[in-house]
Design a protein around this ligand. Sequence first.
Ligand code: IPE
Ligand code: IPE
Ligand code: MG
Length: 260
Amino acid sequence: MANSLQHIAIIMDGNGRWAKKRLMPRTVGHVKGAANVRQMVKACADEGVSYLTLFAFSSENWRRPPEEISALMGLFLQYLESEVAEMKAAGIRLRVIGDRSAFAPLLQSRIDQAEQETAHNSRLHLTIAANYGGQWDVLNAMRSWQAANPGKQLQDLDAGGLAAHLSTADLPDPELLIRTGGESRISNFLLWQTAYTELYFTDAFWPDFDAAALKQAIHWFEQRVRRFGRTDEQVSANPAAAPGEQLSTAPLVPPAFKIS
Ligand code: IPE
Ligand code: IPE
Ligand code: MG
């Protein structure tokens, strides 16, 4: 049975090196990269994927030169202004996760507007992670849980309780994470949500990652045996059982097996 694939997350890396290879400024790579987002959203919709989450700007990317940050912010604004009408027509729901309070008021208002205007769509849930950090998300979730449960202690918090306060609370965990640009690291992206995600690293720079490359990644994903802690024999006897149990909040060690 093929692995089910609802949610793909992508770390869109390699724009700068794509441009450098062509002796062009890094910002040209970002322009190309932004244009590729449109193509990838369409490709994912064509593949029947329901959720696509894109890492556009990390909480650490503020360390970049100010001119590059301005160019990235400008591209984000331009993207929102040029794409929302098409998203509305194509049934795409856009959401932005991350600490948006650091953005210019105009960008914040365009984000709010784009979210509102596409809120009723459900064909593809596109989530853009901007000023996002996985550590920020987990800490924020703990604080938000505490604020929502004033009488409770930290011992009362379980995995499901925390997940319900993450910025991705109403998204399923990604089954597949793709990182372009040749690095094999998470760079503070979805730390909690990728506990059992299949990780696909490709040398292709983001502007070159096209629909055919996406198909290859999906094909690779389909070959994976997703065990969720079980043995191969258990998985082949009951292939449908494993997913969904990954965030089990019940203790997985039966009392009789405890060593002490
Ligand atoms: C990814 O490409 C885009 C952002 C982080 C905003 P990079 O800009 O990191 O490109 P490289 O890694 O320097 O090639
Ligand atoms: C990760 O890429 C962040 C995004 C793609 C938005 P980086 O280029 O910032 O990652 P590092 O610094 O190489 O780990
Ligand atoms: Mg990079």
